[in-house]
Design a binder for this molecule. Sequence first.
Ligand SMILES: NC(=O)c1ccc[n+]([C@@H]2O[C@H](COP(=O)([O-])OP(=O)(O)OC[C@H]3O[C@@H](n4cnc5c(N)ncnc54)[C@H](OP(=O)(O)O)[C@@H]3O)[C@@H](O)[C@H]2O)c1
Length: 211
Amino acid sequence: MKIGIIGAGNIGGNAAKLFAEAGHEVAIANSRGPETLTELVDEIGGNAKAVTVAEAIDFGEMVFVSIPFGKYKELPADKFDGKIVIDSNNYYPERDGQFEEIDDGKITSSELLAKHLSGASIVKAFNTIWFEHLKTQGNKNLPIEKRRVIFVSGDDSGAKKKVSELIEEIGFGAFDTGNLSEGGKTQATTSAIYNRDLTVAEVDGVLYSSY
Ligand SMILES: NC(=O)c1ccc[n+]([C@@H]2O[C@H](COP(=O)([O-])OP(=O)(O)OC[C@H]3O[C@@H](n4cnc5c(N)ncnc54)[C@H](OP(=O)(O)O)[C@@H]3O)[C@@H](O)[C@H]2O)c1
């Protein structure tokens, strides 16, 4: 599959490596331009190229967005129609500025992204795992239940299924937390599962004990 990556930092850069290792083609963009990504794409090798944001969107059947959440309106909304977007972004007010509607529980950061990219199917995923764990904890030899979990939420079940398959291909196990409203809250930085080193089998206990 062709995957566009927007944001080439701790999460985007490491996700790009894992996707390329799994045999996917990745086109990677950041805010400063492709010429600043030479080292990263050289390190990843043949399955990777450095591109502009617009080119990454055009390239990808899926587009992995991994930027500071507060910058989401900089994404060119009109180019995303028909795309599956993986949203790894987190809302940190101290970094992103205050979003009162999120603070009040009226909306999740992923729903705001979905409103902006209204022609795309948003799947929130990869946002609760620390990048060092993303780098090291995937293990395709384990049965799914024993793998490190990566949570997914979204309003489009077909898109969630595709993202879950991608998660399994890189050695993790997917766990569905629901739609972008409920799942977005379950996966928020303030939740019981945020940055918790859990296997798929351990999730139920933690979620049930916190509600
Ligand atoms: N760090 C973690 O362990 C972790 C874990 C889960 C989720 N997250 C979340 O995932 C997101 C990315 O985190 P990170 O740690 O990978 O951040 P990071 O290392 O600071 O990287 C951010 C990337 O976003 C790019 N970027 C910023 N604004 C952009 C724009 N308007 N268009 C295109 N690219 C843009 C930056 O490009 P330039 O460098 O060219 O500006 C950089 O490549 C954040 O929302 C974070 O909260 C982080």
